[in-house]
Design a protein around this ligand. Structure first.
Ligand SMILES: Nc1ncnc2c1ncn2[C@@H]1O[C@H](COP(=O)(O)OP(=O)(O)OP(=O)(O)O)[C@@H](O)[C@H]1O
Ligand SMILES: [Mg+2]
Length: 214
């Protein structure tokens, strides 16, 4: 069985930047790995991602949002993540179930027990072996994310969540820190204010430790 590592944190904290570098480093060293993302990772997931992350001509109610995220996850776990783990790969996933708990639970206010139940149903109780949480003040993260978004065209900006107010993003940050506090063995909280290079060294340190079963 392989190892499952998720990357979590507020918008713009550097998850995607770091996951690419981490995957490159594993590949260079001949360690079989798979980089994937949520929502996405499958053909169906990418269709749902478009609906979930881009601003559409209709209101997406929190309950609908929750079911679409978890539907994408059900497909992703079975089609991509479990087969890769069975092949012994290190699976690096850009966001996973913790994101649903904090976005739809702590921030949107949906019932945490309903979300936990749904998540254990769709993941068949699969949990990451390790979760890297990139912690950053929301103002810094949002500035980084907005600079990235400004470079993209309107249809592919994936900015539906970035458009939420500061209070929403503060709840996301606090929600993640609460989860990390509740599951200290699984989470590694990384101060994401450092340089891309410094952060990558920290990420590599944690992944190598896990891979070497230290
Ligand atoms: N450590 C860093 N210092 C400064 N800028 C950074 C750092 N890491 C990433 N960036 C830049 O900030 C922007 C957001 O980074 P990235 O896309 O990796 O964040 P993310 O966590 O994946 O965001 P999102 O949740 O919106 O997908 C990018 O333009 C990236 O180049
Ligand atoms: Mg990203």
């Amino acid at each position: 069985m392989g190892l499952f590592v998720s990357f979590e944190g507020i918008e713009g904290c550097g998850k995607t930047t770091q996951i690419h570098l981490a995957a490159d480093s594993l590949v260079k060293r001949g360690i079989p790995c798979l980089r994937t993302e949520e929502p996405g990772g499958t053909t169906l997931g990418r269709k749902l991602r478009e609906t979930l992350l881009n601003r559409g001509p209709f209101i997406l109610y929190p309950e609908t949002e929750l079911l679409l995220f978890t539907a994408a996850r059900a497909q992703h776990v079975r089609e991509v993540i479990l087969p890769a783990l069975e092949e012994g790969k290190v699976v690096l996933c850009d966001r996973f179930a913790d994101a649903t708990l904090v976005y739809q639970g702590y921030a949107r206010g949906l019932d945490i027990e309903v979300i936990s139940f749904l998540d254990s149903f769709v993941t068949n109780s699969l949990k990451p072996n390790m979760t890297l949480l990139f912690d950053l003040p929301v103002e810094v993260g949002l500035n980084r994310a907005r600079e990235r978004i400004a470079r993209l065209n309107l249809a592919s900006r994936e900015d539906r969540f970035e458009e939420e107010d500061l209070a929403f993003h503060k709840k996301i940050r606090e929600g993640y820190l609460l989860l990390a506090h509740q599951e200290k063995d699984r989470f590694r909280v990384i101060d994401a204010a450092g340089s891309i290079n410094d952060l990558q060294n920290t990420v590599r340190f944690h992944i190598d430790k896990l891979v070497n079963r230290e």
